[in-house]
Structure formats: C-alpha cells, structure tokens
Design a protein around this ligand. Structure first.
Ligand SMILES: [Zn+2]
Length: 418
C-alpha cells in the first residue's frame, strides 16, 4: 500500500496547482516594504526623475561572476552547444543573480534533455478559437497522467524590477522609471534568444499596452508563470514576492484559462522545462486549459485575479457560483490540510478516532462537492481520499477502499506536488 499521501507533510501548502500566473504584484498578506504593485490599465506618469543605477553582466559559463544585488547576469540554459538541447530553440534565456544561478545549477541531472511524449506526432496543435484568441487543442485522445508536452521557457526573468536594491523612494511616480528599467533589463536577454524564439516571444499576447510597460515586459506580465522552486535567497523557499521569477513559455503561453483545467503544469528543474500532463482523460479536438488563478478562491477573487489578463471567465464553475460554493472553495485548503494532519496522526497511532461516522459522512459530502467544484484535479484532493480510504478500511468496506486507493494512486502519478 502506498502511504505517501498520508505522511507527506512537506508539500502541504505550495503545490504545483497553486502556482498561478504571476502578475508583478505582491501577494495578499505578503508584506514586503520594497515591493510596490505595478498598476495596469491606462496610467500616466511623470518621467522626469533620476534613474537608478545597476549592472548587467554576461554569464561566463565556466566559473562565476562576483555579483551583488545590483548586478544581474544573463544566462543561457542549457549552455549553447549542450547535448541537452536538440536545436537552437531549446534554450532558455535567464536573467538572474550569480548566487541563484549557482544554486539552481547544482540540481542533480541538470541539464537533462527535454522529456518526450509518446509517439512521433505532437499531441497538441495551436490554432485560433472562436472567442479566446489562439488556443491549444489535443490532436488525439490523451489519457489521464500522460505527458502532453514539455518545453523550455523562452525567457525567465525577475518578477519585478524591485528585485534590484535600487533605493528608489516609495513613490508611485517612479513606476514609469522602474518599468522603463525593467524593459532595459529584458532587452539584452531578448537579443541573445534564437531568431525562432524571438519571433515566438513577440507573437505572444500583450495586455499591458497602456500602463507604461514596454513590449517585452508587457508580454512577460501577460504570459509569465511563477515556479515555486525558482527564487532568490538562501532559504528553502521564497520568503517574499520580489524574490520570485516570471517564466514565459511558448506553447505554455497559448494555453487558455479555465477554472475547469484539463492539464496540469509542473516544472522539471533538471530539464529546466515546463511539463504539461493530462489532468483528466482528454478527447481528440478538445481545447487544453489550465487555471491562471488560485483555484480555491471565491468567484469574485478569481475574476479580480484574472482582470489584468483581460479575462472574464465564463466557465461552469464561475457561472454557477453561489455563496455556498464560494465558502466551500475558500475553506478547501484549510480543510484538506486538516485532513492531511489527521490522516498522519491516525497513521502514527496518535489518533485512532479519525474518521468517526459523522466525519466519514462529511468526507463523502466534501468529496462530492470537490468534484462538482472541479477541485478534485489537485494534490490536496488526495487527503480527502486518504481519509475516506482509512474510514472504509476501518469499517471493512474493502471494495470502496480499493476504489479510493486507485484514485489516490492516479492523483499521486499526475499531481506530483512539486
Ligand atoms: Zn471560471
């Protein structure tokens, strides 16, 4: 029997599905004095202010650069000429700091070749949709858990120009200056991309045309994803938003949003690549969707999070939202974390009472509601299943327990919890 679902405490909070698209803004409750939110929409600025000073250096590939918090380096991953890239487009340009590069480059196996899906023909095609611009569609039936594609990002950059210790005053008038400087940081990295990747990058959507963003940073702000394992600083994870990176993919950027996602995105650090797997069985011709927003949030919060992308989500979960469904979603993470803790207590022998009849009944209702709200394609769902498994096994309901165990194994195979 596999028991990881009951004992894995390290992955309680930040799992892959919680890495939503990254706007250049602080997270809620993320109090960070050096980060100011970048505005979107039509914004006017005073441009006549002093400019901050910083350096950009080229990664020497061999050896390291003496670097500080005012010196960014431009890195190509994998390095040009590496066997881990089959052609010139399979490289990422990364704007970072020396210490961050050194830490990430210690990842075992890096640089590893890109994972390849089964068969010779791509499992997806990019084409026009009737109402969402470009979209990505399945070219054949794809089974739950199957690799749809993996790709290296076109560009990885600091989430915000505030990553640099520039000592600019906390004054909104400086936003335009900072946006200009942010664009200037992107330009030399863009120049290092292959021609194919430059064309792909410039063809991506830009929903930041009126807020002072340049073209390259506007595209990054529209299309970038966060990757929890990519951050600056010595700790085991980012402690504030400004330490994080925005990761701009090619096909990844063409996948449209739905709260009812059918593919799951993770990041394979050794391959330095996005990995997209089927989160459900997908039929040939279906459009692929991921969620750009926090899944376990109310409909109002989700729409607010989607607004900078110019998206008004009309998925079934959004259109059918009620105060009850909102409440359920807002409590989902807390609830599943609690199940995880109680499952672990049961397994360790600290609490033999879980789940009692009333709790088992509640778990069944939570499971039904999670399916209805489409929250079952996430790591956290396995803690509901884990509790149900224990409840059924204790009551000698072996067929039900076995069925749930199968679902747990599927969940573990797809949602790696990275
Ligand atoms: Zn929706």
């Amino acid at each position: 029997m596999r028991r990881g679902f009951l004992l894995d405490k390290s992955k309680v909070k930040k799992s892959a599905e919680q890495e939503t698209k990254q706007e250049s803004k602080p997270e809620i409750n993320d109090v960070d004095p050096i980060v100011r939110p970048l505005r979107y929409g039509k914004v006017d600025y005073d441009n006549d202010l002093p400019r901050p000073k910083y350096n950009i250096a080229i990664d020497p590939v061999q050896g390291t650069i003496k670097s500080d918090r005012k010196t960014l380096i431009l890195v190509t991953v994998p390095p040009r000429g590496s066997a881990a890239a089959l052609n010139e487009d399979e490289h990422t340009e990364w704007i970072t700091f020396e210490e961050t590069k050194s830490r990430i480059f210690k990842t075992p196996g890096l640089p590893k070749p890109l994972p390849k899906p089964k068969g010779d023909t791509p499992l997806y095609e990019v084409k026009m949709t009737p109402n969402m611009g470009m979209g990505v569609f399945a070219t054949r039936d794809i089974s739950l858990g199957e690799l749809v594609f993996a790709e290296r990002p076109l560009l990885v950059a600091p989430i915000n120009v505030n990553v640099l210790e520039l000592s600019t005053p906390p004054d909104e008038r400086y936003q335009k200056i900072l946006l200009d400087e942010y664009e200037k940081i992107f330009e030399p990295a863009f120049d290092r991309m292959s021609k194919g990747n430059q064309t792909a990058y410039k063809a991506l959507m830009n929903s930041h045309t009126e807020d002072g963003s340049g073209l390259l940073t506007g595209i990054a702000r529209t299309n970038g994803y966060g990757v929890s394992a990519l951050y600056d600083g010595p700790g085991p994870k980012a402690t504030h938003h400004a330490q994080r990176y925005t990761v701009i993919g090619h096909v990844a950027s063409r996948i449209n949003h739905s709260c009812i996602a059918n593919v799951d995105r993770s990041f394979d650090m050794a391959a330095f690549a996005f990995v997209f797997k089927a989160a459900v069985d997908i039929k040939a011709g279906e459009q692929l969707f991921i969620s750009y927003c926090e899944a376990a949030a109310s409909v109002a919060d989700r729409q607010r999070e989607l607004a900078p992308y110019g998206i008004v989500c009309k998925c079934r979960v959004c259109t059918n939202a009620t105060p009850e469904s909102d409440k359920f979603r807002q409590e989902y993470d807390r609830r599943t974390r609690e199940y995880q803790v109680r499952n672990a207590a049961l397994m360790s022998g600290a609490d033999a009472s879980w789940p009692n009849d009333k709790e088992l009944n509640e778990l069944q209702q939570v499971r039904e509601m999670a399916i209805k709200e489409h929250l079952h394609n996430r790591t956290a769902y396995r803690y509901i299943l884990g509790a149900l498994f224990m409840g059924y096994a204790q009551r000698k309901m072996f067929a039900a327990a076995q069925e749930v165990m199968k679902l747990i194994e599927q969940n573990e195979a797809v949602f790696v919890g990275t």
